[in-house]
Ligand binder design. Structure first.
Ligand code: C5P
Length: 408
């Protein structure tokens, strides 16, 4: 189990895929710091270096910082076989070139595709950011000014440069933007929406309670709804940590995922994540009971009847509420009958701000793509209708964001 520590910065770039292009200039050393800053916010980084960049910093430095082999050429057969350059361009949510040399900017203007980085910029459908860095006279030159004007018109986003002492001994504009400023510009780019700067935790999926080393008690939850809610909250700009029980669901874009197995694991991860959370959504189908004892060896099938003594698992939402009375808390209720009655009981007993309720059983809800959802709060409620879980998740996320804003 891994969970974000309270000391590291919030994972505002969790799951964001960034190609970090490094071109030839003394500021290339600052790109190493940038790689580190992006990574600690949860971004996945693929560093691409031009030939010039490698004259300043060794690829090994970026490899260590990014956790991936650095790409340096179009002609590396092994790297291309693993992920071709067009695939890499599609993979990236953004391309950031820092430092962007005067030569690189000129080549970008021309639409060149004679090295990997220019090719990626040409093939990428996502945004391209450039952080220019060069001598102040090169920066002031008409050629550079005109190149930047063209790039701006084409939608390339310019970060900096700053002004001040330069490595060449001159003073003036042309210093690469500081890594933290570049990182913050990317965070701002990815976190537009009503939940930007809001930390959200979502639990999802079933839990698995071991009887012995090979057998478990679990339930039919697929995790689909919780994963969709996590994705929808991230889509509204939230910084989302998804605490997931065992499921085959793919991690939604922009979400930091923590995998757990048992209710006890989920509680532990939830406690850690709740410390920095603003909104906590309990969408997991946490097992209500677990075997009181887990056998250390496989239980042999000798007895004709096997009794297993079960004990209650901890209630995660309740535990989180007890420790964080002000947290905006959302629960789910899956009921086979008297939906509103049972949902309101849970709303009150767990002191939730909001509860999303649906009927289950007889082919409803579990492992299906469609669902019917109603939402209740103390003095109100709303039907979200019948739709795909993805659509309902979006409607629910919007409602959560609205009610959270109203409360805070
Ligand atoms: O009490 P009940 O299980 O019906 O309540 C459902 C809600 O409580 C869901 O939001 C579920 O994620 C949460 N829950 C929990 N910990 C448990 C049981 C349920 O957080 N042990």
């Amino acid at each position: 189990m891994s969970a974000s520590s309270t000391n590291s910065p919030p994972l505002r770039l969790a799951g964001r895929r960034i190609v970090l292009g490094v071109t030839g200039g003394i500021a290339a050393y600052k790109a190493a710091e940038l790689a580190r800053r992006l990574k600690e916010m949860g971004a996945e980084i693929q560093v691409v270096m031009t030939e010039g960049a490698q004259q300043f910093v060794a690829p090994r430095t970026f490899q260590a910082l990014s956790g991936r082999s650095v790409r340096t050429t179009l002609w590396d057969e092994a790297a291309e076989a693993a992920m071709g350059h067009i695939e890499l361009a599609r993979w990236a949510d953004a391309v950031v070139v820092a430092p962007a040399s005067a030569d690189f900017l000129a080549r970008l203007v021309q639409g060149r595709a004679d090295d990997l980085l220019t090719t990626l910029c040409l093939a990428s459908a996502g945004p391209v950011f450039v952080a220019p860095a060069m001598n102040q006279k090169m920066w002031a030159h008409k050629a550079t000014r005109e190149n930047l004007a063209v790039l701006k018109k084409r939608g390339v986003r310019q970060l900096g440069p700053g002004s001040g002492d330069q490595a060449c001994g001159e003073v003036g504009p042309g210093r690469m933007f500081e890594p933290l400023a570049i990182r913050d510009a990317l965070v701002a780019h990815f976190s537009h929406g009503p939940l930007s700067n809001v930390n959200v935790v979502v639990t999802a999926g079933p839990t698995r309670e071991p009887l012995d080393p090979v057998r478990v008690f679990t339930n039919r939850s697929s995790g689909k709804m919780g994963f969709a809610v996590a994705g929808a909250l991230a889509g509204l700009g939230g910084t989302v940590t998804l605490i997931a029980g065992p499921t085959t669901q793919a991690t939604p874009r922009g979400v930091h995922r923590v995998d757990v197995e048992t209710a006890a694991d989920m509680l532990k991860a939830s406690r850690v994540a709740a410390r920095t959370a603003d909104i906590f959504v309990g969408a997991a189908a946490v097992a209500d009971y677990r075997p009181k004892k887990t056998a250390s060896a496989k239980i042999k099938k000798k007895a004709p009847v096997l009794s297993v003594l079960m004990e209650r698992t901890p209630d995660i939402l309740l535990a989180v509420r007890q420790r964080h009375p002000k947290l905006f808390l959302v629960g789910f209720a899956a009921e086979t009958e008297k939906l509103e009655y049972h949902a309101r009981q849970k709303l009150a007993s767990k002191k939730l701000d909001l509860i999303a309720a649906n009927l289950v059983g007889h082919g409803r809800a579990f492992d299906r793509d469609e669902n019917t959802l109603r939402v209740y709060w103390t003095r109100g409620g709303r039907a979200l209708g019948t739709a795909s879980k993805t659509d309902l998740a979006r409607r629910l996320a919007t409602l959560i964001a609205g009610r959270y804003r109203k409360k805070s």
